[in-house]
Design a protein around this ligand. Structure first.
Ligand SMILES: *Cc1c(COP(=O)(O)O)cnc(C)c1O
Length: 496
């Protein structure tokens, strides 16, 4: 299985291996790597996967996409990444709310957000790729984060040989807990820096550095090369396909559905990575009917799915679900490629870069809407959903999951579609304790760290170990720079 660019400049003739795609992150024409074909998942395959544990399921699915990796290496990597020590109680457990709605809890890893699902295994995939491609340079991972990716990447890549990592985050765009998690990061090969701007500023700055050929040469001279851990990297996407397949298997194993029955999936969406992984699972043959793309007040995707026009020229809202405060959803490019091919995609991306806006053809929109439905949820509805879900179902959710749940409820009510709905739960409620607590008791909250204790006392649930005692850890990184100075910052850090 080889990989090509969504923009078609590297065609079938010079496609690359999965190791190369994971090592470099971004195609040289600015496009994103996608597999040439989508491997099939048959009924027999699913039957067999139902009998396996999560690491074996992961190794099986990954092996279909990452064909140049040794299968024993993939299994060993999955067992280490998803073991009991990192995911106590299992990697992706599912809680049944009622006969229709199931919450797929993707936040039981070391940083309490779903990014761990990919970023615990991705460093192993990168290490495998460095070895497998005879790479002698050190990989320099550069990350722009809206909060959760940064911490998860730092945790995944810390103290790994031949890898260095720098994370930029928007100073005002992440929660206090997220900030503390990053500022106290351990490891000798890590660096964290705030920028004065929003997430898109951070992401654009990082993208600019990635496309700077002169800088790449300078890095090369110093025995370094750039690699990405953002969901533009295929190594992030592939592990996310696994948990949708796994959730389906669990529904079959529990007797909630018969093999072959279709389900719906709702995903709280920012960069469009998580929901795209679900779409890949559908393309493989997993019986998924509709994918509901749930947004917060930054509802650029809701509008796109309704009208076919993607327009990032709009007000940016800082919400209580900050990991979804995004106006350029990078992975939408992969969906466009899958639906309408490289040539059209390259055109749309050019328009996006120039005008911040593009409109897809009617045919393209119709095809997208066969699989996708879009909805959004404002701040009040998010808070209401947290409260009513706790009151009615005795189940505590975070702000991002609340956005998804509200949109899922809306879809079920409007369509009457009673297929089992899998709702991706992307963060522990404790990661966003201030807003979760305010939603429950209606009072504005004081100190963010005290909120963790209060939330625990109020709900009778436990603070996850990775989030307790955050204020007692040493702060190692507290720098904040202008968005124009990112290049200078990393050069200083790398000493080049
Ligand atoms: C990253 C993140 C999202 C958005 O996921 P995308 O793959 O960017 O669409 C949603 N919720 C949480 C908690 C996240 O960390």
């Amino acid at each position: 299985m080889n990989y090509i660019s969504t923009r078609g400049q590297i065609g079938k003739d010079n496609s690359v291996s999965s190791m190369y795609a994971i090592k470099t992150g971004l195609a040289c024409d600015g496009g994103l790597f996608v597999p040439e074909t989508v491997p099939a998942l048959t009924k027999e395959d699913i039957t067999r996967l139902c009998t396996l544990d999560y690491p074996h399921r992961a190794a099986d699915i990954l092996g279909r996409f990452l064909t140049d990796y040794d299968s024993a290496y993939l299994l060993e990597s999955a067992q280490k990444a998803y073991g009991e020590d990192r995911f106590p109680g299992g990697a992706a457990p599912m809680t049944k709310l009622d006969g229709t709605r199931n919450i797929l809890e993707l936040w039981h890893g070391p940083t309490c957000a779903f990014k761990d699902m990919a970023l615990q295994i991705m460093p192993r995939l990168l290490t495998g790729a460095l070895k497998g491609t005879g790479e002698e340079r050190t990989a320099f991972i550069l990350v722009a984060t809206s909060g959760d990716t940064g911490k998860a990447a730092l945790e995944g890549y810390k103290d790994i040989e031949k890898i260095r990592i720098t994370v930029f985050y928007p100073e005002e765009g992440v929660s206090r807990v997220q900030k503390l998690q990053m500022a106290t990061q351990t490891g000798d090969n890590v660096c964290v820096c705030a920028i004065k701007g929003n997430f898109d500023d951070a992401q654009n700055g990082v993208k600019k550095i990635f496309s700077d050929r002169e800088y790449a040469k300078l890095l090369d001279k110093n025995g370094l090369f750039l690699s990405s851990a953002n969901s533009i990297n295929w190594g992030r996407l592939a592990p996310q396909i696994v948990y949708y397949v796994s959730a389906y298997c669990d529904l079959v194993s529990r007797g909630d559905i018969d093999l072959g029955d279709s389900i719906n999936v709702t995903v709280p969406t920012g960069n469009f990575g998580n929901i795209l992984a679900a779409y890949y699972a559908k393309l493989m043959g997993l019986p998924i009917n509709k994918l509901i793309c749930a947004s917060n007040s930054n509802n650029v995707l809701t509008d796109f799915l309704k009208t076919g026009t993607y327009d990032r020229n709009r007000k940016f809202y800082t919400t209580m679900s900050p990991s979804m405060d995004i106006l350029i959803s990078s992975n939408l490019e992969r969906l466009l490629y899958l639906i309408c091919g490289a040539e059209e995609t390259a055109g749309y991306m050019k328009k996006l870069a120039e005008d911040g806006c593009y409109t897809v053809s009617a045919d393209c929109l119709a095809k997208i809407r066969e699989s996708f439905d879009g909805a959004f949820c404002d701040e009040k509805e998010t808070a209401d959903t947290i409260r009513t879900t706790f009151d009615a179902d005795k189940y505590l959710i975070d702000t991002h999951t609340a956005v998804a749940l509200k949109c899922a409820n809306g879809y079920i009510a409007e369509t009457g579609d009673k297929r089992p709905m899998v709702i991706a739960s992307t963060a522990s409620p404790y990661k966003f304790a201030v807003d979760v607590l305010a939603a429950l008791d209606g009072k504005p909250q004081g100190d963010p760290l005290e909120s963790l204790e209060k939330l625990s006392a109020l709900t009778g649930t436990q603070i996850p170990a990775p989030l307790s005692g955050l204020d007692k850890r040493e702060v190692r990184f507290n720098k904040s720079i202008n968005k124009e100075d990112m290049l200078e910052e990393i050069s200083g850090e790398l000493g080049i």
